[in-house]
Design a protein around this ligand. Structure first.
Ligand SMILES: [Mg+2]
Length: 425
């Protein structure tokens, strides 16, 4: 290996020139397009190196085997090789590889991005051209500019992220929430910046969010009062009944049930598809994860152990002499209680509230969803969907990862055994 040689400009000026502001420097945008193969990027910059130009920006994407490589470079210095020679060399190199090249002269760097930067994640199942057009038009209508688009995932849904600048996050979120509802895709808008990458806390509701069931209905089935309880649950979740009243009314129906039913109910609980993937990925990424439930600690504590959660809180069914009394003990976890617990968990985790994510489906989740930095309505009742920051309406809990900007590849990496962090599976 020979030692790297300092770059020699073909014509070194005798005096050091006064630095020209980048905005006034002549620049060339070199765009290469064609069939991808190994060595294209190295080949282009090898070709450019002969002209002693500097690289200001590079973007490259490969989609279905086609490469688009854009390089923004300084134009060759006056007195040396000409821009015309550079153009001719690049064109002959691309022709030899059956690639296409476009070289555009100009001045300076990219136009600075507008203030106000957000990430817009779109989940489609499928993602249609029509809905993509509607999202893009909606962004444009707010005065926002789409700076970049890339795919986060193709499974279990198609997830695409738009980087948007030039509009504040709140009006962009409002505009997109309105259009998303009409076109059948889920859209999340979050502010860009360091906070998105900072360690976070995710707090989930349990019934119909982390699990597919309503736990009290599982108990009610054993007590033979399932229909009665389900009717009260539906009214409570739709916001028609005070949660605490409905909780006491439903638990009273369980009075006299044998405590052995608790084990049976634990065994009957079905996790929502993607729940394990969501939690495992978040944990691998250093997130803390908790649950808050208007259900019962007899079930949530078991879920906490089973899934390795950091926090869990719920109501506790009173059991006396081996029987359910039909009462709950301790602090009631209701709508306000869930928000209070989110704040408590955040304080214990040392995570600012703005860096928390809350996920829930019911009206009693609304305070928690609004208190969190990002509130996600998961297959939620309409009243909840309307009020939350964002809504996911596909039945896969791991799609929440895409709203956080985590790609499917990263999810699969976190799932793979022996990924180098030394933790056991
Ligand atoms: Mg729920």
């Amino acid at each position: 290996m020979s030692a790297p040689q300092p770059r020699q400009s073909p014509d070194v000026p005798a005096e050091i020139p006064i630095e020209v502001p980048i905005a006034e420097v002549p620049t060339l945008l070199v765009k290469i397009f064609g069939k991808d193969r190994p060595g294209i990027t190295a080949g282009l910059f090898d070709t450019l190196a002969a002209y002693a130009v500097d690289v200001i920006d590079i973007e490259q994407v490969v989609t279905r085997g086609r490469i688009v490589l854009c390089a923004l470079i300084t134009a060759p210095a006056a007195g040396g090789a000409t821009e015309g020679e550079l153009r001719a060399t690049v064109h002959s190199w691309t022709e030899s590889l059956k690639l296409q090249a476009e070289i555009i002269s100009g001045t300076g760097d990219n136009r600075p991005r507008g203030s106000g930067r957000s990430h817009v994640t779109v989940l489609g199942n499928p993602l249609t051209a029509e809905s993509t057009a509607a999202i893009a038009a909606s962004i444009t209508s707010t005065g926002g500019n789409i700076d970049r688009i890339f795919r986060l995932a193709k499974y279990p849904v198609t997830a695409v992220e738009f980087a948007v600048s030039g509009v504040e996050t709140a009006p962009l979120r409002t505009a997109l929430a309105t259009s998303a509802a009409g076109i059948g895709v889920d859209v999340a808008v979050v502010s860009a910046g360091l906070a998105r990458r900072a360690q976070r806390l995710v707090v989930m509701d349990v019934d119909s969010t982390l699990i597919q069931d309503e736990v009290i209905e599982l108990f009610a089935a054993h007590a033979g009062c399932e229909a009665e309880v389900a009717a009260v649950t539906a009214r409570a979740m739709a916001g028609e009944l005070d949660f605490e009243q409905s909780l006491h009314a439903r638990v009273a129906l369980l009075a006299g049930l044998d405590a052995s039913v608790v084990d049976k109910v634990r065994a009957e609980v079905r996790l929502t598809p993607g729940a394990r993937t969501l939690i495992r990925t978040l944990k691998r990424l250093g997130y803390q994860v908790g649950v808050v439930s208007g259900g019962f600690t007899q079930v949530t504590d078991a879920l906490k152990d089973r899934l390795g959660l950091d926090f869990a809180a719920a109501n506790t069914l009173e059991i006396v002499d081996g029987k359910l009394t039909g009462r709950v003990t301790g602090e009631i976890v209701d709508r306000a209680g869930k928000a209070r617990l989110l704040r408590r968990f955040a304080a214990e985790a040392g995570v600012p509230l703005a860096q928390t994510v809350a996920i829930g489906d019911g009206a009693n989740d609304l305070d928690m969803l609004n208190a969190a930095g990002l509130g996600v309505a998961f297959n939620a009742k309409p009243v909840v969907r309307k009020a939350a920051h964002t809504a996911v309406n596909v039945p896969f809990l791991d799609t929440v990862l895409y709203l956080l900007g985590i790609t499917r590849e990263e999810v699969e990496e976190a799932e793979a055994p022996g990924d180098g962090d030394g933790s056991p599976e």
